[in-house]
Design a protein around this ligand. Structure first.
Ligand code: 26Q
Length: 809
């Protein structure tokens, strides 16, 4: 890495690593140097590095304790971490020493890095944001714990069979996990079901069923090793693992039933990231990890401070979406039932401690639970929710709310089968509710939270997302780091806004060439990888046009595909024009139950098969669907992208964070005025981004006025032709009607307005071509992107949370 000195003299640290690796290999892995297999070396390297981390970790904890600092608790059902070896090495400045130490045994660090499984304990944006935040919290030296679930099976592995997605379990723990520490002493009992009985002044909850939650800790190293924080993931175990009398009586399965129940709780991540699966197990998971986390927080506070009343001064609890919303009721239960506070005082403590981040406006994604299910599983919490609701609705009445407003504010949705609204619960129980991009936050105030916002106008605030520049620039694109360091010095490594120094050099032809050379090398490396893994040959001199993200109709992969088909048509009709050679790269997983998303994957592969085999496009167009898109693949693909597709229907993508990663690595964005694209445009300047299509307000107006997609299609011959080709089976001769319904959906409803935005999108793509042909101008735009997106570092985001919400900076 550019930031580390290169020296021929073997530094002490290298020699120390060599010695330590051999000792670990022998004493902890139980292998001699001769007998060691690659995985043994891999484990030795991680354990050796881990030993280096532990001292800083203990020191960080000690420092917080002695200073009596306030701690941040980030509660999230998902942490999409990816690999940790390169991250930890780089943040500790130990990459070179480890590389040299391993080389002395004839080993290649890069090869060992590839052996590490991705920790994929998340679906997509929300989980990856939690991972970036954990790294930035440590970097900013903020004492923090991430709390989540140690899923045995994380996000499923995606295989493509005959073009279709097939889901396979991801077994990231199959060879153990070198990074984690089980903390048996941090075990809490978690109850479910049963009944609530009155006792004296208060009540007692007698759960019908209990499991133990045990902490498993992973250290999180900040940049330059400043601080090491803890990611604490809960695992479940039965209180009575084996019912021996049942076993002895011959009921071998029944004897193990509790073990199975506990295992099931933490077995698998729900692979849905929008329409919430309403399953009982999901609610059990939510309560399990939330209750364990709240107990741990309260236990720590009382141990250090002695007085539960000072909790808000020493603890800030951030809820990552509504998945841990039950924390509001659980904290109230602990304060009132276990700590003996009166309800009013507990309520103030709860609100001052908790804050909530919203990540979606899609109505179908807002979490609600059937009231009977909630009451059966968490009877005491249901009582507390009723009590909170009556306080809140009285406040609303006093403030002059109408009946309609009251029913919108209520924690219970009474419109059909009664349901508990988790977003309303989080909102009323928190002192801060934030959106994740400026537009998203404004829409929160105008739409889903309008009535709650009117009642509590000071609570909603914006914290535009960010990404960690360590993983998403320094580690994934060392070539670019070298060039930038040569150009403006290394200050940007500690403060990404210093990348702005590049603005003065945007028209420097030499810098432009050097950045192009790095991009070319990254594209060649990606092409190599795709050739080896998929057998497809790509031309690294073509434009790499990339859309990688979860497959969702609102993200409009379909719009991209329709335009691809249209381009294919035009290349064939006008082979004489000087088309820009393009590689269209797609990647992303579909929720297993999301029919149209799976169909879109199949369509991508059907188009790819046809286009890639057509000699008449003469290599001007290639289409690739990269299977099993995950964090590690993102680290390969993003540095190799020229064009970043961020084309969601305006108003629907809360923020996006991929958009930031691409721009930071010098890709230009083609996108709508949605989510953080709006702010990226403001930072990079209108001339350095390709914005097209309806605004959020126009989308809303069109829907209100009655949108007629059929009329739009009739007015756009290119669109009509492409749709006809797809619908008539040009790409699916084996099953000509495969895409009939999908295309009919566009003619009849087109909820996501692909038709409405098609012409503008196609036109923007031709503007992209024109800019690409002006090489100097493209290079300057790429430099201005890199120079001006330093603001989208998660360090900036976390500093804002810390100052404005948590009050810890
Ligand atoms: C809820 C209940 C039951 C089952 C699943 C879920 C569930 C799980 C995950 C609902 C939503 C999610 C994930 C949402 C998500 O990733 N949202 C994204 O968050 C990013 C970080 O803020 C934003 O950048 C994206 O715009 C937003 O889509």
């Amino acid at each position: 890495m550019a930031s580390e000195p290169v020296s021929d003299i073997k530094p002490a640290a290298t020699a120390q690593f060599e010695e330590d690796i051999l000792r670990v290999l022998r004493r902890r892995i139980g292998k001699s140097q001769n007998a060691a297999k690659p995985h043994d070396w891999y484990a030795s390297a991680i354990l050796t590095l881990r030993d280096n981390i532990i001292d800083a970790w203990i020191a960080s904890t000690q420092r917080t304790y002695e200073a009596g600092d306030k701690r941040v608790y980030y509660l999230s059902m998902e942490f999409l971490i990816g690999r940790l070896l390169r991250d930890a090495l780089s943040n500790l400045g130990a990459t070179r020493d480890m590389e040299r130490a391993l080389a002395s045994f004839g080993l290649d660090l890069a090869e060992l890095e590839e052996m590490e499984p991705d920790a994929a304990l998340g679906n997509g944006g929300l989980g990856r944001l939690a991972a970036c935040f954990m790294e930035s919290l440590a970097t900013l030296d903020i004492p923090a714990y991430g709390y989540g679930i140690r899923y045995v099976n994380g996000m499923f592995r995606q295989r493509i069979d005959d073009g279709w997605q097939v889901e396979l379990p991801e077994t990231w723990l199959a060879h153990g996990n070198c990074w984690e520490f089980e903390r048996l002493e941090s075990t809490y009992r978690i109850g479910f079901g049963g009944e609530v009985i009155a006792q004296g002044e208060g009540v007692i909850w007698n759960p019908a069923e209990q499991v133990d939650a045990t902490a498993v800790d992973t250290p999180v190293v900040g940049w330059r090793g400043k601080r090491v924080n803890t990611l604490r993931l809960w695992t479940a175990s039965p209180i009575e693992p084996l019912k021996l009398d049942a076993f002895n009586a011959g009921d071998h399965f029944g004897a193990l039933a509790e073990q199975v129940r506990a295992d099931t709780l933490v077995r698998v991540l729900y692979p849905a990231d929008s329409s919430p699966a309403g399953q009982e197990l999901r609610l059990r998971q939510e309560y399990f990890f939330t209750a364990a986390s709240i107990q741990d927080i309260v236990r720590r506070h009382i141990q250090y401070e002695g007085d539960i009343r000072t909790l808000p001064d020493k603890a800030a609890i951030q809820l990552n979406d509504t998945h841990p919303s039950v924390a509001v009721a659980e904290l109230m239960r602990v304060l009132v039932d276990l700590e003996g506070l009166d309800f009013a005082e507990a309520w103030e403590i709860c609100k001052r401690t908790i804050s909530y981040t919203n990540h979606t406006l899609l109505p179908e994604a807002l979490e609600t639970w059937p009231l009977p299910l909630f009451e059966r599983m968490l009877p005491r919490h249901m009582q507390i929710i009723y009590a909170i609701n009556s306080r809140v609705l009285r406040e609303a009445r006093k403030a002059g709310c109408t009946d309609a407003q009251i029913s919108a504010i209520s924690l219970i949705d009474e419109s059909g089968e009664r349901r508990v609204r988790m977003a309303n619960l989080a909102f009323v129980g928190a002192h801060s509710i934030n959106g994740v991009a400026a537009l998203h936050t404004e829409l929160m105030k105008e739409t889903v939270f309008a009535d709650l916002h009117a009642l509590y106008p000071d609570r909603i605030n914006n914290k535009t997302n960010g990404v960690t520049p360590r993983r998403w620039l320094q580690q994934c694109n060392p070539g670019l780091v070298d060039v930038v360091t040569d150009a403006i010095g290394p200050a940007f490594l500690d403060d990404t806004t210093r990348l702005s120094g590049l603005n003065a050099l945007a028209d420097d032809a030499q810098l432009g060439e050097r950045i192009t050379t790095v991009k070319r090398a990254n594209k060649a490396a990606l092409s190599d990888h795709i050739r080896k893994t998929m057998g497809i040959r790509l031309d690294p001199d073509a434009m790499f046009d990339v859309q990688i993200k979860r497959i969702h109709e609102y993200k409009r992969q379909l719009l991209n595909l329709i335009e691809t088909v249209s381009l294919y048509d035009q290349i064939r009709s006008h082979p004489e024009r000087d088309w820009v050679p393009r590689v269209k790269i797609f990647g992303g997983k579909a929720a297993p139950s999301y029919h149209n998303a799976k169909l879109i994957i199949k369509l991508t592969n059907d188009i790819a098969r046809r286009v890639n085999a057509d000699p008449s496009v003469g290599g001007l167009l290639k289409v690739v669907f990269v299977p099993n898109y995950n964090v590690s693949l993102a680290e390969r693909i993003i540095p190799a992208a020229d064009l970043s597709e961020q084309i969601s229907t305006a108003g629907m993508e809360a923020s996006g964070t991929g958009n930031m990663k691409f721009a930071l690595n010098g890709a230009l964005t083609i996108g709508t005025l949605d989510g953080a694209n709006v702010e990226i445009k403001e930072h990079v300047g209108d001339d350095n981004i390709f914005i097209f299509g309806l605004t959020a307000a126009q989308v809303a107006a069109k829907r209100a006025d009655g949108y007629d997609p059929r009329a739009v299609i009739e007015g756009s011959p290119e669109l009509g032709q492409a749709l006809k080709a797809i619908a008539s089976g040009v790409f699916s001769p084996d099953d000509p009607t495969r895409y009939e319904d999908l295309v009919n959906g566009i003619y009849d409803t087109d909820w996501f307005m692909c038709a409405a935005d098609f012409d503008a999108y196609a036109q923007a793509q031709r503007a992209v071509d024109a800019r690409w042909n002006d090489n100097k101008s493209w290079q300057a735009a790429a430099i201005r992107n890199i120079a001006n997106v330093g603001w989208f570092s998660s360090d900036r985001t976390i500093a804002e949370y810390a100052k404005e919400i948590w009050k810890v900076l």
